[in-house]
Design a binder for this molecule. Structure first.
Ligand code: AMP
Ligand code: GLY
Length: 421
């Protein structure tokens, strides 16, 4: 079968490498892909939001299955358009993708279905929001309603910071229409856990849990990033927490979406916080996480294409989704300076014996060489029987890569190892 994967980052590279292990996969196209993905798939120069172009490409090239990885095309209806054209596509409809596309939809949905999450108020008027903030407790959490490239959440330590966030989102339009409406939320504390799940509209099958490391600096200091590394499983996701999540969060979410006439199919990502009062939803994403995918999929033993097809065809209840025992660690190599200003365009050399475990997030191929691009550039993953070995394995691979102008966090997995003790 010929497959089209929409997207061009490390997450997409991990999906492609896993799909290539399937006997039934004949060829993979990536739109737009990148210089690293080009080793594993044929890259086609189509933008992820060019839905008409993607549908035409799929029709003209005999594509039998499409994986839509990023949130933007999902929220804009890429899965609906492909479905209408008779092409099976992994990913939720636009109506179901609202769980990520509108934070206010997600918050109201959780309220309707009694799903534990931070208390909140919603605002579409900056004056009313600012007035409310005068009496709020701090830190306060301000979230833009719509998609904002992962930058739509501000944790304000006092009124001045909060009022500035409101001004920037609601008045100055820092995120365009995405920030015209906001949610102001109660600040929760506790360890965070990411749980990705396969959904077919009815059945939800959680994958192995993971932990992201969002800050740029060691010890969780510095600016927020797209994610500097991940480990799986997450030690805070105990069997007991998992049971509680299934009962109070995962099942009510999938049932609620079905009841409301927008069944969720695809990968539903639960961003959870394990608070003193139990697990609560911090956010939903309507797609695989990045860089969570780079540790979760390497541990998947089942055939990814078979599982994705089962999600699309409503057959997850009859399909085995098995993860290997053990652990994985992914260390992100980014350009020095990221997430601020940085230089790019460095030649990267990856030894052949580890290239299968390196997921390229940004870069192009020039005369057969991989030249770095984007902020985050490589995800370097190792799996092992224990988390300690996975972490040291990932850092050994990082050392073996030549990439001038890069940096990585040196403490990915440290918190998880300490929690394991
Ligand atoms: P996001 O940019 O949507 O991935 O989320 C940003 C981060 O903000 C989350 O990973 C949490 O660390 C934090 N966050 C979001 N909502 C809350 C909340 N209600 N309380 C505490 N931290 C939060
Ligand atoms: N790692 C968080 C995300 O994919 O949004």
């Amino acid at each position: 079968m010929k497959i089209l994967v929409i997207g061009g980052g490390g997450r997409e590279h991990a999906i492609i490498k896993k799909l290539l292990l399937s006997d039934r996969v004949e060829k993979i196209y990536a739109a737009p892909g990148n210089g690293g993905i080009a080793r594993d798939a044929e890259c086609v120069p189509l933008k992820v939001n060019d839905i008409d172009g993607l549908v035409s490409f799929a029709k003209e090239n005999g594509i039998g299955f499409v994986v839509i990885a990023p949130e933007d095309p999902l929220v804009r209806g890429a899965a609906d358009a492909l479905g209408k054209a008779g092409i099976p596509a992994f990913g939720p409809s636009a109506e179901a993708a609202m769980l990520e596309g509108s934070k206010l939809f997600a918050k109201a949905f959780m309220k309707r279905h009694n799903i534990p999450t931070a208390a909140y108020e919603s605002f579409d008027d900056p004056g009313a929001a600012t007035e409310y903030l005068r009496g709020a407790s701090y830190p306060a959490v301000i979230k833009a309603d719509g998609l904002a490239l992962g930058k739509g959440v501000v944790i304000a330590k006092d009124f001045d910071e909060a009022a500035e966030a409101i001004r920037s989102m609601m008045v100055d339009g820092a995120f365009g229409d995405s920030g015209r409406r906001v949610a102001i939320e109660e600040f929760l504390t506790g360890p965070e856990v990411s749980v990705l799940s396969f959904c077919d509209g009815e059945t939800v099958v959680p994958m192995i849990s993971s932990m992201d490391h969002k800050r740029a600096g060691d010890g969780d200091t510095g600016l927020n990033t797209g994610g500097m590394g991940t480990v799986a499983p997450n030690p805070y996701y105990t069997d007991e927490v998992a049971r509680e999540c299934m009962e109070k969060i995962f099942l009510p979410t999938v049932r609620g979406m079905k009841e409301e006439g927008r069944p969720f199919t695809g990968c539903l990502y639960f961003g959870l916080m394990i608070t003193e009062d139990g697990p609560k939803v911090i956010e939903y994403n309507c797609r695989f996480g990045d860089p969570e995918t780079q540790v979760v999929l390497p541990l998947l033993e089942s055939d990814l294409l078979t599982v994705m097809e089962a999600a699309v065809n409503g057959k997850l209840a009859d399909t085995e989704v098995k993860f290997r025992r053990g652990a994985a660690c992914c260390v992100i190599m980014a350009h020095k300076g990221y997430p601020g200003k940085y230089e790019s365009g460095f030649e990267i050399t990856i030894p052949e014996d580890i290239i299968g475990d390196v997921y390229v997030a940004g870069g192009k191929r020039v005369d057969g060489k991989l030249i770095s691009g984007g902020g985050r550039v490589l995800g370097v993953t190792a799996t092992a029987d224990t988390l300690a070995d996975a972490v040291s394995g990932a850092y050994r691979k990082v050392e073996a890569i030549t990439f001038p102008g890069s940096f990585c966090r040196r403490d990915i997995g440290k918190r998880a190892l300490e929690a394991n003790k």
